[in-house]
Design a protein around this ligand. Structure first.
Ligand SMILES: Nc1ncnc2c1ncn2[C@@H]1O[C@H](COP(=O)(O)OP(=O)(O)OP(=O)(O)O)[C@@H](O)[C@H]1O
Ligand SMILES: [Mg+2]
Length: 363
């Protein structure tokens, strides 16, 4: 990442003691610009995370920050008496003016967090223990937020997981065929249309609205470097009202295949049952207390719905000429769609076994 911002003067706009020393791009996130800033304080060098919010994706950054402020404050209240509580929740640092964001001269919105030390994230899953830990952490996060008092959080990306609307967008992209690519994606379009009923499967199930994370990738969980245990959930931009199962389904989508999202060799793409089992067990460790029977019954369904939804989003973008997802090669979004559909197929093939597992341990 090229440093395009005067991060030093941004850092000084926050209530951080000591003398600003340096700021360097940090991490592998690709939504916001993340920097690690170092300040010299009496006790030595102290690190902070500074993030520029991507306002192309998050059109109302103040609402994002209001959500994050409420969510972190609520979790803090619950962990404050735990040992090592400082590492179990993100802590926002207020700006000089008292708000939890700072707007720079170019109109960019920034926030600052205390840096959680001796922890790391993993871009791809290395073991079933990691999958278990991550699922447990996301379930715990949902549990902590189940008691968030009114008002409702802002919908920072409206209709984010409204699968029927995503399906309508997809069929519009098929009909207009703006980039003349329909002919190249005939098989995938047919695959999606044959599964149209998945679009409404979760919304028609009468499941309760909860506070959800909405970006439940493994690399949004900080893992203790020494113990391998999950410490806390990060990347809170998309926390908003939703269905608990959006988070669970997205964990299955992002964690269970041993491949990348744009893998070309589809024979390698598959839903690995032991990983699924680790996710279910981890998630239930923390979420069993609050999940309704209806939610438990739809755990497997949610995995299918989310893979389907992501697949039609990639396919729709491909058909429209790639306006949304950045592409690095010809047909990149079609390749991404194919991995999602292959994963969905793999789930369909193992569905009975998956349902049996859920039946055995969730009821
Ligand atoms: N408080 C923190 N302490 C230590 N490391 C942090 C902290 N917050 C973020 N990080 C690190 O910075 C990286 C990027 O953060 P984050 O996930 O919020 O960015 P992002 O651009 O939104 O990511 P994504 O591409 O997943 O949307 C994380 O993977 C993590 O390694
Ligand atoms: Mg992230």
């Amino acid at each position: 990442m090229i440093q395009q911002h005067d991060v030093g003067s941004v850092a000084r706009a926050f209530q951080i003691r000591g003398k600003f020393a340096s700021a360097t791009p940090y991490g592998s996130g690709h939504i916001n610009d993340t920097y690690c800033a170092v300040f010299h304080q009496e006790a030595g060098a102290v690190r902070f995370i500074l993030q520029r919010i991507n306002h192309i994706i998050f059109k109302r950054p103040v609402e994002v920050m209001e959500n994050i402020q409420r969510v972190t404050a609520h979790i803090t209240q619950q962990v404050v008496d735990e040992p090592d509580c400082e590492r179990h929740v993100l802590r926002l640092i207020p700006a000089i003016d008292g708000r939890v964001w700072h707007v720079d001269r170019e109109g960019n919105y920034w926030r600052a967090y205390r840096f959680i030390e001796n922890a790391r994230t993993y871009d791809s899953v290395e073991s079933m223990e990691q999958a278990f830990e991550a699922a447990k952490a996301f379930g715990h996060f949902q549990k902590q937020l189940a008691t968030l008092p009114a008002p409702r959080l802002h919908d920072t990306i409206p209709d984010f997981h409204h699968t029927p609307k995503r399906f309508a967008d997809f069929t519009r992209a098929v009909d207009s065929d703006a980039a003349n690519r329909g002919i190249l994606a005939k098989t995938e379009i047919e695959f999606a249309i044959a599964r149209q009923s998945l679009a409404t499967a979760l919304l028609q199930a009468n499941l309760p609205e909860r506070v959800t994370h909405n970006d439940t990738k493994l690399n949004n969980v900080l893992i203790d470097s020494a113990t391998g245990e999950a410490l806390c959930v990060i990347d809170l931009d998309t926390v908003m009202p939703g269905l608990a199962l959006y988070d669970f389904g997205d964990m299955v989508r992002t964690t269970t295949s041993p491949t990348k999202e744009d893998e070309l060799d589809l024979t390698l793409v598959r839903m690995q049952f032991p990983m699924f089992e680790a996710l279910v067990r981890g998630y239930l460790t923390s979420a069993a207390e609050f999940l309704t029977p209806g939610e438990r019954r739809h755990l497997v369904c949610s995995a299918k719905v989310i893979a389907f939804e992501q697949g039609i989003r990639f396919l729709g973008d491909y058909l429209a000429g790639d306006p949304y997802y950045r592409v690095h090669r010809e047909g990149h979004n079609l390749d991404r769609c194919r991995t999602q559909f292959k994963l969905l197929q793999s789930i369909e093939l193992q569905e009975e076994l998956m349902e049996r597992l859920v039946q055995d341990i969730a009821f």
